[in-house]
Design a protein around this ligand. Structure first.
Ligand SMILES: Nc1ncnc2c1ncn2[C@@H]1O[C@H](COP(=O)(O)OP(=O)(O)OP(=O)(O)O)[C@@H](O)[C@H]1O
Length: 514
């Protein structure tokens, strides 16, 4: 606990002290040092509530101390630095930083050098910075190059850039562990490298969901103090192989169509999403399909309780089928696609929106922008799941997920590694081991045509974290806590609400005991 002589008292947990410097020092917005013999400056995390977002903005707080002598000053700085090392073992020392210079408003480089690098330098972090020259450069680097000595990887960019780094970090870990990523039944190894996200994209959904604000300084402070937030990841498989990993949204129907439309209109910039959303909404499409899901444990289960978790199958016509491992919130939808989804409980939320009339679907979409419950509608259902499989209606089966079924309907409800991809599919079709629900009664007769297209397509595409998957038949498995982010989830800001002085310009910090 630090205190100083004026009436003001600032309490800072050691874990939130960013650095200690001799002299009277300023770091942001510009570095200045007045080197005096008896002074030292302590930098720490200072919170302030954001009027526009749910999370708390973090700022670099700064307090100067004057000691009676230089000897005493040196004792203070030495002891404080030792305390930081002892109390914060997860603080990174060396980071690999990838900057996408073309993400969002193309300000990645500027954001990093003016707001983030000074904070890293203050915290004594050495960084190796790579400004990417092409898509997938960061992923390839992580898969192939020597990563010895790095504690973490920092992504300066948006969700697409984060996805690249996610694929690189997961792929590298499985390579080194000798595990086959193609087999959905294999339990993947969690990744030792932490990932930090400095938001510099268009949507920055993963950053918003895991930190609560889109703010480079807040994110850089989470990195330097070594915060650690585990994250579930979904692997998406098609045929005999892995297609992609997803941290936020795997969506078919509406969300797939919006992405496909917006890709055609890249020239419009970020506005293309709103425009494409309107076009797809007006085209009023819905798609037939069969969704099979493995429900998550309803209550805490024991590996010895011999409970069988059975696949559930639903068949019908859907406006959208979405699977998300996190709430997937963003500035436009502050509570997100599934507001109570957990970041790291090993489950995903499956949201089925049955075919309905346009007004009903508009209500569903609109509720994402408000605090109203978007699941409290008769044509929407949501399930907490461990795995999902989607096939086109008509009974054509693909071979992709038979291994998953075989491995995952085992007696203790746990995943069982099973090298063979064969043979356990029949029980689903026959309904012997799963529940088959045909929900024609929930399904409205199809709208064949909307305002914007003359002929409704029979099949949509999947939107996997902003990438189009052109094949409809996929199976997905949630991998609990596969990666770790330098974050801590969204902090509760209610304790700041009563403090009228805690604004950006305020020098005080009010921190409740943790
Ligand atoms: N140097 C580069 N040139 C072209 N594309 C790149 C480069 N570096 C990265 N990319 C690719 O650009 C894509 C988009 O980048 P990014 O996610 O950073 O920005 P965004 O699309 O504006 O933001 P968001 O994904 O949050 O909407 C990523 O899929 C990434 O693979």
């Amino acid at each position: 606990v630090l205190s100083y002589r004026l009436q003001l008292c600032v309490s800072v947990p050691v874990a939130e002290v960013v650095g200690v410097e001799e002299g009277q020092v300023e770091v942001l917005p510009h570095k200045s040092v007045e080197d005096t013999d008896r002074d030292f400056t302590v930098f720490y995390v200072k919170r302030s509530s954001s009027r526009t977002t749910s999370g708390l903005l973090w700022r670099l707080g700064r307090t100067q101390f004057t000691c009676p002598s230089r000897v005493l000053r040196d004792q203070w700085t030495k002891h404080l630095r030792t305390a930081l090392k002892t109390h914060s073992p997860l603080r990174p020392h060396r980071l690999l930083v990838f900057i996408n210079p073309f993400g969002g408003k193309k300000k990645g480089r500027q954001i990093y050098h003016s707001l983030v690098a000074p904070v890293f330098e203050l915290a004594g972090i050495s960084s190796h910075v790579i400004v990417t020259e092409r898509a997938n450069q960061a992923r390839d680097h992580l898969l192939k190059k020597d990563l010895t000595g790095f504690d973490g990887v920092v992504c300066v960019g948006g969700d697409g850039m984060f996805s690249e780094i996610l694929h690189g970090v997961i792929g590298r870990t499985q390579q080194e562990a000798g595990l086959c990523e193609n087999d959905p039944a294999v339990t993947l190894q969690s990744c030792p490298l932490h990932i930090g996200i400095i938001p510099a994209g268009s949507t920055d959904c993963v950053c918003y969901t895991t930190v609560g604000v889109i703010d480079p300084v807040t994110s850089s402070l989470h990195i330097v103090i070594g915060d650690s937030q585990p994250l579930d990841v979904c692997s998406v498989h098609h045929g005999p192989g892995l297609v992609r990993y997803s941290a936020s949204l795997v969506g078919y129907g509406f969300y797939g169509d919006v992405l496909a439309e917006s890709e055609k209109r890249r020239w419009m910039g970020p506005f293309r999403y709103d425009y494409s959303g309107a076009v797809v909404f007006l085209s009023n499409r819905s798609y037939r399909g069969t969704v099979q899901y493995l429900p998550a444990d309803p209550l805490m289960s024991s590996p010895r309780d011999k409970t069988r978790y059975e696949w559930v199958s639903v068949d019908g016509r859907f406006k959208s089928v979405s699977l998300t491992c996190m709430s997937s919130s963003c500035a436009k939808s502050p509570l997100g696609l599934s507001p109570s989804a957990h970041l790291a409980d090993g489950t995903g939320d499956l949201i089925l929106v049955w075919d309905t009339n346009p007004l009903g679907f508009l209500t569903y979409l609109y509720r994402h922008t408000t605090t109203q419950d978007q699941f409290d509608l008769p044509f929407v259902e949501v399930h907490r799941v461990k795995a999902v499989r989607f096939t086109l209606a008509g009974g054509e089966e693909t071979e992709d997920s038979e291994g998953l079924h075989g491995a995952m309907d085992g007696g203790d409800g746990a995943y069982v590694e099973n090298g063979s991809i064969a043979g356990s599919q029949q029980h689903l079709a026959a309904g012997a081991n799963g529940q088959m629900m045909t929900c024609e009664d929930k399904t409205m007769s199809p709208f064949t045509c909307g305002l914007c297209c003359s002929k409704a397509p029979a099949v949509s595409v999947w939107n996997c974290d902003g990438e189009i998957l052109p094949f409809p038949e996929i199976c997905c498995r949630i991998h609990g806590q596969l990666v770790r982010l330098y974050a801590r989830g969204i902090e509760d800001g209610t304790f700041l609400k009563d403090c009228t002085e805690e604004r950006d310009e305020c020098n005080r910090t009010c921190i409740p005991p943790r």
